[in-house]
Design a protein around this ligand. Structure first.
Ligand SMILES: [Zn+2]
Length: 402
């Protein structure tokens, strides 16, 4: 089942109204089902997305217009023109009146689209999803090619199920995403501990636990202290055709009495605290907030954000949340169960698999922050995450066998 992804967001202009932003470059990340364009601009700019229906009689495919207000194109030849097997067929740019650059995306099999802005430098990430164009020309199986796939299951499988022989289990791939990294420390704890170090430590411990049974492939979006842009993280999971995506974070607040565990799935919300948290996690607001230098850019979310696999993501979030809270309660100390929530976290946008973002505890809480720096606490969080992921995997496998 497919759902429409519509993300409308407007960034306030940080630059004077008459200063035109320059569209510097467009990068792409393409998988068979998705094309992600990353439009780099010299300044923040307002943007609008508009879907235009196909006109088959005129030979015009479905299109997406992306209007970038108050911008001009540095060099039209800098636009990519080859999009592999992804759904995007062609990209053009026109200079519309009032200094608006219009990007025109031809996407013949367009099913979903969305966009979100990122800062430092300002860029607009545009996702289109649709039928892979390569699907229209399936690669012919050469006669000489051994058809090993058909031979993998022995003919006796059906008879053997009567005996207590475990069935071959589907190998699943899980992408773990340690939040932040490199120049982006994330939240900073009272003792100076950086979120980026805690999330990496937990992700590594979790990887060891999950991989130990040998039936899961576990990939980290980063395995050292390096910066990885948010838009690259989900794209990696899509490229890997992962079955699950888990983004690991520690919470931060200017209110240092806040503590506990909460797990998010992607959706819009009116909850102010969540929006503030999402702005921080999305790099649109400083994590500490104490220096009073909040970005001029403020995110206004409207319309609906929907995700692929949203129902599964809600279930997944529930398993993860309960398991982490139960494990911390049993092994460490009683923690606040802040529950499963929805929030507009960019790192989850465009993921083609069940995906959650876990705020494993508050780094800014004096006690929790100190615990987060300890190996034993990190190990308990990893144990809880592992249990939650395992439960969801087993439930999914059971449901698929039925
Ligand atoms: Zn974070």
């Amino acid at each position: 089942m497919t759902m429409i992804t519509v993300i409308a967001a407007v960034l306030a202009l940080a630059a004077p109204a008459n200063a035109a932003a320059t569209l510097r470059a467009v990068r792409q990340i393409t998988t068979p089902a998705t094309t992600r364009l990353i439009v780099e601009l010299s300044e923040t700019a307002q943007y609008h997305l508009q879907r235009v229906a196909a006109h088959p009689e005129a030979g015009v495919p479905a299109r997406l217009y992306v209007d970038l207000v108050g911008t001009h194109l540095a060099n039209a030849s800098s636009l990519p023109n080859e999009f592999g097997e992804g759904p995007l067929l062609r990209l053009r740019a026109t200079q519309a009146p009032a200094s608006t650059t219009r990007l025109i995306l031809d996407v013949p099999g367009l099913t979903e689209f969305g966009a979100f802005p990122m800062l430092d430098p300002f860029r607009l990430v545009i996702d289109v999803r649709g039928a892979p164009r390569a699907a229209a020309h399936p690669r012919a199986l050469s006669a000489a090619e051994p058809r090993t796939a058909a031979l993998e299951l022995p003919e006796t499988t059906e008879r053997r199920t009567a005996a207590p022989v475990p069935q071959a289990r589907k190998r699943l791939k899980i992408v773990l995403d340690p939040g932040h990294g490199g120049k982006d420390p994330g939240a900073i704890g009272a003792g100076g501990v950086a979120e980026k170090d805690v999330t990496l430590a937990i992700a590594r411990r979790l990887q060891v636990r999950l991989a130990s049974a040998g039936d899961l492939d576990v990939i980290l979006t980063r395995d050292d202290d390096r910066f990885v842009a948010l838009e690259e993280r989900t794209a990696r999971a899509n490229r890997e055709q992962a079955d699950l995506f888990v983004s690991i974070h520690t919470n931060g607040s200017t209110n240092d009495t806040l503590s506990g565990v909460e797990t998010y799935y992607l959706n819009n919300t009116n909850d102010r605290a969540t929006i503030r948290l999402a702005e921080m996690e999305n790099g649109l607001r400083r994590m500490t907030g104490r220096d009073g230098r909040d970005r001029e850019a403020s995110l206004i979310l409207s319309d609906l954000i929907q995700s692929y696999k949203i129902r599964e993501s809600v279930d997944f979030a529930g398993e993860v949340q309960h398991a982490v809270v139960d494990t911390l309660n049993a092994q460490q100390a009683v923690v606040n169960d802040l529950g499963v929530k929805r929030g507009p976290f960019y790192v989850l946008v465009g993921a083609g698999m069940p995906c959650v973002l876990v705020e494993v505890s508050f780094l800014t809480h004096p006690i929790e922050g100190a615990r987060l720096a300890q190996g034993a606490y990190q190990e308990s969080i990893a144990a809880g995450l592992s249990r939650g992921i395992r439960r969801f995997v087993e439930n999914t496998r059971m449901a698929e066998n039925l």
